[in-house]
Design a protein around this ligand. Structure first.
Ligand code: TSJ
Length: 645
């Protein structure tokens, strides 16, 4: 079997290319690319579940940061393929883009937008073992860095069926090798919601930092584990997103139907909030930028509710119909479609362009939602009334926003409180948004006036999650921020007008400070989300402690750092340790040294790889339910990467 045909040698060259230019196949050799390897393998197992051939997938992170994926499906076929003379499973791992070349039709998660094929995982792995459990036997093949190490061979007997893949990303390729439990957890939970009834386990065998590892062999008990299984599918997804919101209907609408080979599933429920949280997926791929399926969804929702409102005289013949924005106020929805050949916009890769998706979603939703409204008399009335309120408020908001827009976009004056910088190239400019006047004053003294601008904020910062739009746009702090940043918001947002490429939130290192920071981030997230996506938003890290010894001053940014510092310099002869309660306690020099000097400061870049996680986190903090709030600060830390600048 190791008689390589000419064709097969080409194959190996193909994978050599993957190693030479990994960026062509995965998003990078960073943490994101590392996790794409897992997603690729898992997606193949999910495909098996979509064919109803498997109902459990177990993902394990091993102590050496290798990952294994096991499913209880039919097993990748091991029979010899006529074209190559090789077992199908070998082809899957050695031929670029061989995924989907065999097996019959159906919807596929893998090979879609991010699908790169299992062979790419082989190419980028130091080693990879695949075991297929089928026909009473265990077949095993070992591979490494795109090459076959051992041919497929029978290594034992079994009564089980399924596929097991175990791989270790290649340290010669990846600059990050450590898997992130939370990142994996997030994605696997999302996959479980989208694949009704599929049980997904995630096991982490790695010891926690500082945990003692038993010297006598390795324990097989996971250190952390999660299991996700949702019989309710996307309805439970909506329930999950609304966990910390207040729904206005008791029931979650759900429908599922196939229309001309497109499988459409919609789940939705309105809440008392003002913002919309709609998530859309095509073959389990999150379409962040929507597309045709979202267009169909919106059209059906607006039309059905207007028809209903007219029929029951909730709006009169001569009154304006409800607008799309009105009917979507406070809506939480998950739209999941499965189709054979999804096409994505080449510019923004998260946008579906197939026109048949629009027709399918529009038809399915219009039909099923109309029936649902007939059968649930109270439901439609509640939503229509909420939409009517929204329409009235929107008019007031429009006027308020128009004013803000005039000042921002039509060369309006910059806020009086802003100490601007003199440099005109935004790429070189930084805006420090500083809590409190006294800290703002020190920051103004400390800054480099050519490149660093300071906007001090005084007073209560509005919780945009809870405020009406007209309140938001008449709020002084919010107006100041919008004008200083320069981009405008929402549909007016224009990143080319950004006045500072770094926007740095500088708040006290205490609970109040993080609360204020969260309010600011919530505003940015809801109104200027692209700034987060583009990586323009940073969090300053002021020190917690100052230690003086002799003529030297040292700063520590955490309790651990303080302990390490004292270890290093010794405790003898140090002055009483100062714990900073706020930025205001530092003088201008100290503030510069610790928090503002580009040479020494630590900034955390805020990133939002997963909009859903962020949505949940914000709703959690900002919602009515107080208890979950405490967890927030830790959770938010997950979204903000440590970054030394
Ligand atoms: F990606 C992958 F190849 F690495 C991989 C594939 C990884 C894992 C964990 C699982 C799988 C996988 C593939 N699980 N189940 C399957 N199923 C098939 O490949 C299969 C089995 C039978 C038939 C058939 O027509 O009888 C067709 C297919 C595609």
């Amino acid at each position: 079997m190791s008689d390589y045909s000419a064709e097969n040698i080409q194959v190996l060259e193909g994978l050599e290319g993957v190693r030479r230019r990994p960026g062509m196949y995965i998003s990078g050799t960073n943490e994101k690319g590392l996790h794409q390897l897992v997603n690729e393998i898992v997606d193949n197992a999910v495909d098996e579940a979509l064919m109803d051939a498997c109902d459990e997938i177990t993902v394990t992170i091993h102590t050496d940061n290798s990952v294994s994926v096991r499913d209880n499906g039919r097993g990748i076929p091991v029979g010899i393929q006529a074209q190559t003379g090789l077992p199908a499973v070998t082809v899957v791992y050695t031929v670029l883009h061989a995924g989907g070349k065999f097996g019959n039709g159906g919807y596929k998660v893998s090979g879609g937008l991010h699908g790169v094929g299992a062979s790419v995982v082989n190419a980028l792995s130091e080693w990879l073992i695949v075991r297929v459990f089928t026909g009473g036997q265990i077949h095993e093949q070992k591979l490494s860095r795109g090459l076959v190490v051992t041919d497929l061979e029978v290594v034992g007997e079994t009564t089980e069926t399924g596929t097991f893949v175990h791989f270790k990303p290649d340290p010669e390729i990846f600059e990050v090798l450590e898997f992130n439990f939370d990142t994996m957890k997030q994605r696997l939970q999302e996959t479980a919601f989208l694949t009704k009834g599929l049980k997904i386990n995630l096991f982490d065998m790695r010891p926690r930092p500082g945990q003692l590892v038993p010297s006598s062999g390795t324990s097989s008990e996971p250190v952390r584990k999660r299991t996700y299984c949702y019989e309710g599918g996307i309805s439970q997804f909506v329930e999950h997103i609304n966990k910390n919101k207040t729904p206005i209907t008791d029931e979650i609408f759900y429908c599922s139907a196939v229309y001309e080979k497109v499988l459409v599933e919609v789940a939705m429920q309105h809440t008392d909030g003002y913002l919309e949280s709609t998530y859309s997926f095509v073959n389990n791929i999150n379409t962040h930028d929507g597309g045709t399926h979202i267009t169909g969804f919106r059209a059906a929702l607006t039309k059905t509710l207007n028809d209903y409102a007219k029929k029951f005289n909730l709006i009169k013949e001569n009154e304006k119909p409800l607008s799309g924005d009105d009917v979507r106020e406070g809506l939480t929805a998950v739209l999941s479609i499965k189709m054979e050949e999804p096409q994505f916009d080449s510019q923004s890769k998260g946008k579906l362009v197939n026109s048949e998706a629009r027709t399918a979603v529009e038809s399915v939703l219009a039909e099923h939602f109309a029936i649902f409204l007939e059968e649930h008399p109270g439901f439609g009335k509640i939503i229509v009334e909420k939409s009517l309120l929204a329409a009235r408020a929107r008019e007031a908001a429009r006027k308020a926003r128009e004013k803000v827009r005039k000042t921002v976009l039509e060369g309006g004056r910059l806020p009086g409180k802003l100490a601007d910088c003199s440099e005109k190239d935004p790429a070189l400019c930084e805006l420090y948004i500083v809590e409190g006047d006294s800290a703002g004053g020190s920051a103004k003294q400390a800054r480099t006036p050519t490149t660093q601008a300071i906007l001090p904020l005084r007073g209560k910062i509005l919780n945009v999650e809870k405020a009406r739009p007209e309140q938001i746009f008449s709020n002084a702090i919010i107006k100041d921020m919008i004008t200083a940043v320069g981009t405008g918001i929402h549909e007016d947002f224009d990143i080319s007008k950004l006045r500072y490429h770094k926007i740095i939130l500088m708040t006290d290192a205490d609970v109040d400070g993080s609360h204020i920071r969260t309010l600011l981030l919530t505003f940015i997230y809801r109104f200027m989300k692209d700034l987060i996506i583009e990586g323009n938003i940073y969090i300053a890290q002021p020190p917690l402690y100052k230690v003086e010894k002799g003529k030297n001053e040292y700063y520590a940014f955490s309790d651990e750092e303080l302990a390490a510092l004292l270890e290093r310099i010794g405790r003898e002869g140090i002055k009483p340790i100062q714990r900073y309660k706020g930025l205001g306690e530092m003088n201008a020099d100290q503030l510069w040294d610790t928090t503002m000097d580009p040479e020494k400061r630590i900034l955390r870049q805020v990133n939002l790889d997963d909009g859903i996680a962020a949505d949940l986190i914000f709703a959690q903090l900002m919602g009515d339910k107080v208890e979950p709030r405490r967890e927030f600060i830790q959770e938010f830390a997950l979204m903000a990467k440590n970054l030394d600048i």
